[in-house]
Design a protein. Structure first.
Length: 200
């Protein structure tokens, strides 16, 4: 994937209230960066938490921001009403599928169950060959360090293969993360997980 391949980035982010300001600032910084790089943002359509901070900053900086929302979450207290475009879908499965289709790459910000679900489904789709799109974690406040510990433990115990560690990247700085995503290269032997050659 080269620097000209990424035109649209899907961002997964927490929507919880009462978060530390440093998390909100980190999400806003990413939103401005993506806008300045003329990158379209795909996200879950929320106006609260990191989702709202990302969208507000990106929109104010001139970005195109597209929200994808299932009907069950289409509530005025949750959904941003000033997006460039809002796409309504039937359920969470369609939401993730559409966001994936629209994006050339993915960034996960800190979040909870929903963010973890989106992140790991995206990584699984890469693992089994549904897509080959770079995935990055923006490690605001070292949020993802415990998750990395779990992943390293799973790899040590043989549940995650060593080459699958290269399915994603993690950076503390938004600019560095974007650069890493733009220059990401997948291992050539990813298909071995499915094909299981004798030498694997």
């Amino acid at each position: 994937m080269n620097t000209h391949s990424i035109r649209s980035i899907c961002v997964f982010a927490g929507s919880a209230d009462h978060l530390a300001q440093s998390y909100l600032d980190g999400a806003a910084e990413l939103g401005v960066l993506l806008a300045k790089n003329n990158l379209q943002i795909i996200y879950g359509g929320g106006k609260t938490g990191l989702m709202g901070a990302l969208a507000d900053a990106a929109l104010n900086a001139g970005a195109t921001v597209i929200g994808v929302v299932p009907h069950s979450l289409f509530q005025p207290q949750l959904i941003h009403n000033q997006l460039s475009e809002l796409k309504l879908v039937e359920d969470m499965h369609q939401r993730k599928a559409l966001m994936s289709r629209l994006a050339d790459a993915f960034i996960a910000l800190p979040g909870g169950f929903g963010t973890f679900d989106e992140l790991f489904e995206t990584l699984t789709w890469t693992q089994i060959g549904i897509h080959r799109k770079p995935v990055g974690l923006l490690n605001i406040n070292n949020y993802f360090v415990p998750l990395m510990g779990l992943i390293e433990h799973a790899q040590k115990e043989g549940f995650i293969y060593a080459n699958h560690r290269h399915l994603f990247t993690m950076e503390d700085n938004p600019q560095q993360l974007l650069h890493t995503l733009q220059n990401h290269r997948f291992p050539e032997d990813l298909e071995n997980w499915v094909k299981r050659p004798a030498s694997f």
